[in-house]
Design a protein around this ligand. Structure first.
Ligand code: ZN
Length: 287
């Protein structure tokens, strides 16, 4: 599990990138490191492992550390999580959550839907965590409806806190309540700035990789999400081709490295980083 402890007596609030405007906060935190000439830090997250989807092996062979988001309760859940862990990638739980539009069967087993009771949601989140070995965090599969639901997210993030997991808000909903509730409960929340392959064409993926490159220049650190599945082989091929060039100016990191570094940076500059609205982002002690 993610190894940090929060000394409650010392904190008023713990929040990493979660705030009214997380991108702003993220930029504020990372702009300094870019300006001082440090290498850019790229965190690639690949969603939808666990079901033997196309591109799974290609992704696992990428020559840099990344974060594998593995869906629970599927035939390859354990195999993919173990393979990723063995290769020193991060494993996170890719929790299926109810979208505004779409068919429930797309969600897969154990999905979190807004019609479930508090007890059932908790049970399902606990079971998902138990089903994905080596997980250090969690993100949402779909979820435009569930991630905007305060009752649901309070339970999901509460269980994350109990297990020492961070949450990557994959931003399927503009009205996501994850940053605010993460802050309230003391769960580190990060989010991606780029989706690499929401359109399944090589030209779109190439375009998104150049957006990723630009964001890395602007932010210093940037999280991009890609997928195994129909577009998996194309995304893996595009990443394999781009990685040697990027490596000259970029360190590839895992999502947990991003969280750890943000916690550290904010400890070094206590109260010095705000969300632009005057709210301190982190008043936390990490042992
Ligand atoms: Zn997904």
């Amino acid at each position: 599990m993610f190894g940090y402890h929060i000394r409650r007596a010392l904190i008023k609030a713990l929040i990493v990138i979660a705030a009214a405007e997380p991108i702003m906060a993220f930029s504020l935190i990372t702009a300094g490191s870019a300006a001082t000439g440090e290498q850019r830090r790229a965190a690639i997250v690949i969603d939808d492992f666990g079901n033997g989807m196309s591109g799974t092996e290609d992704m696992l062979r990428l020559p840099v550390p990344f974060t594998a988001a593995v869906m629970p309760f599927l035939p390859m859940t354990k195999r993919d999580a173990e393979a990723a862990h063995k290769l020193h990638h991060d494993v996170i739980i890719h929790l299926p959550m109810e979208p505004k539009k779409g068919v429930k069967s797309w969600l897969g087993p154990g999905a979190i839907t807004t019609d479930l009771s508090d007890g059932e949601i908790r049970k399902r989140v606990e079971a998902a965590i138990a089903d994905v070995p080596y997980a250090v965090g969690m993100n949402n599969h779909m979820g435009s409806k569930a991630t905007a639901d305060e009752r649901v997210m309070r339970i999901v993030l509460g269980v994350c806190r109990e297990h020492g997991l961070f949450f990557l808000d994959s931003r399927t909903a503009w009205k996501s309540v994850i940053p605010r509730i993460g802050e309230e409960l003391g769960v580190p929340v990060i989010r991606n700035s780029v989706f690499l392959d929401d359109v399944y064409t090589t030209s779109h993926i190439a375009k998104q990789l150049s957006v990723f490159d630009k964001r890395l220049n602007e932010q210093g650190t940037c999280i991009a999400i890609g997928h195994v599945g129909p577009q998996g082989k194309k995304t893996a091929a595009a990443l394999s081709a781009a990685i040697p060039g990027l490596k000259r100016s970029t360190t590839f990191v895992r999502a947990s490295d991003v969280v750890r570094r943000l916690l550290r940076d904010q400890l070094i500059i206590p109260n010095g980083i705000s969300d632009g609205g005057g709210n301190p982002l982190l008043l936390a002690r990490v042992d």
